[in-house]
Design a protein around this ligand. Structure first.
Ligand code: SAM
Length: 357
């Protein structure tokens, strides 16, 4: 009888992904495209290897816009390809070795073989024009998310997606956001109302108003009914958050995954509106992905998600310092940061009851 000399193979151990990873595959999907665009269309690392530059100098040299440039720099800092020393951006040893044409080990042309991939072209256009334009595939002339959200089919798809994500995140938001002293929350751009529903579940003295633009207001009304939330506890106001007044009865304004869709001017407008309409002593709560930039570059997953937001929307992942400066700029104080699950975090700030307090 022949004896095999081969050892019995061990079963291959493949660890199953957790929810953070399942979400991350989607949220990070544009990061590699930005990397290919930077190497192939800009030859960024060769340029910075030869002449370290400030962010402003980089923008001028490549004729690229502020918002995507900042997102790109934050991504490459988090990936260990760039470092910022006293305001100058320098390549790291790995970036110089593999991605600068000055090195005989560089593989820039290999990376650049992907330069004509459509999503790489799209992101190169975003770098040069600043405006997101990545929603056109099979959607005719409607090329931006804001316009699509006012069509029934897409609003329905998007709101279903946000509701599913909210079922994962909302319990953690309700744990982090203590509403024992609150009476009324205004959930601005609240989607299906899933976050409000979890807050109401945990805080029996709270009532909620979902402020949503048509047609999502109708979807929110239906979702609240399905959750058996009566008018005494939850209602929907249809309106445009940039245009229509907010009710002046809430002690808490919640923006969950809303501000990151917009540029700083619109974020400032909304925060100022909240500040003006909140009850004295009230709070604003912003729940999203906010890289904590107090101790170095953004964590990788957060810098990668910011690429998706920069590419498809007018905003980005605002870091803790970005948000603190925007909030304090309109008058809020006591800015606080709490980590949530799956790279999300909660930033709250208070409108003091008495300005001299
Ligand atoms: C990314 S979704 C977030 C939904 C929900 N807050 C969540 O965290 O799942 C952004 C929401 O903002 C709403 N929105 C966008 N522009 C708006 C506007 N001008 N006025 C009111 N709501 C708006 C959209 O309808 C959408 O439901």
């Amino acid at each position: 009888m022949l004896h095999s000399t081969l050892a019995t193979p061990l079963p291959i151990q493949i660890s199953e992904p957790d929810i953070a990873q399942v979400i991350r595959w989607r949220d990070s999907s544009y990061a590699a495209d930005l990397y290919i665009a930077a190497v192939s269309w800009l030859d960024l690392f060769t340029y910075l290897d030869q002449s370290p530059a400030t962010e402003a100098e980089l923008r001028r040299h490549f004729q690229i816009k502020e918002r995507p440039t900042r997102t790109m720099i934050r991504l490459f800092e988090s990936w260990g390809l760039l470092v910022n020393i006293d305001g100058k951006l320098l390549v790291t040893a790995s970036a110089r070795r593999y991605l600068s044409r000055g090195s005989n080990e560089n593989i820039s042309s290999y990376i650049a073989t992907m330069k004509y991939k459509s999503s790489v072209r799209e992101i190169y256009d975003v770098l040069r024009q600043g405006a997101p334009d990545t929603w056109h595939v099979e959607r005719g002339d409607t090329t931006n998310w804001d316009a699509l959200m006012q069509t029934d089919d897409f609003a329905d798809l998007n709101t279903r997606g946000m509701e599913e994500r909210g079922r994962i995140f909302a319990p953690d938001l309700a744990r982090l956001l203590d509403c024992t002293q609150d009476t009324a929350v205004l959930d601005v751009g609240g989607g299906s109302g899933v976050y409000s529903a979890h807050l109401l579940n945990r805080y029996p003295n709270l009532s909620a108003t979902i402020f949503e633009r048509p047609p999502v207001d109708q979807l929110a009304t239906r979702c609240l009914a399905e959750r058996k939330l009566t008018a005494a506890r939850a209602r929907v106001i249809a309106g445009d958050m940039f245009v229509d007044p907010f009710p002046e009865t809430a002690s808490l304004h919640l923006y969950s995954h809303v501000l990151h869709n917009w540029g700083p001017e619109k974020v400032r407008l909304l925060l100022d509106k909240s500040y003006q309409s909140l009850l004295p002593g009230g709070r604003v709560a912003v729940y999203s992905c906010h890289p904590d930039d107090r101790g170095g570059p953004a964590p990788v997953a957060e810098a990668e998600y910011s690429v998706l937001l920069t590419t498809g929307y007018e905003g980005c992942c605002y870091s803790f310092e970005d948000m603190r400066s925007l909030m304090e700029g309109v008058g809020f104080q006591h800015v606080d940061y709490r980590k949530s699950i799956c790279n999300r975090s909660l930033i709250t700030a208070r409108k003091l009851a008495n300005r001299s307090a």
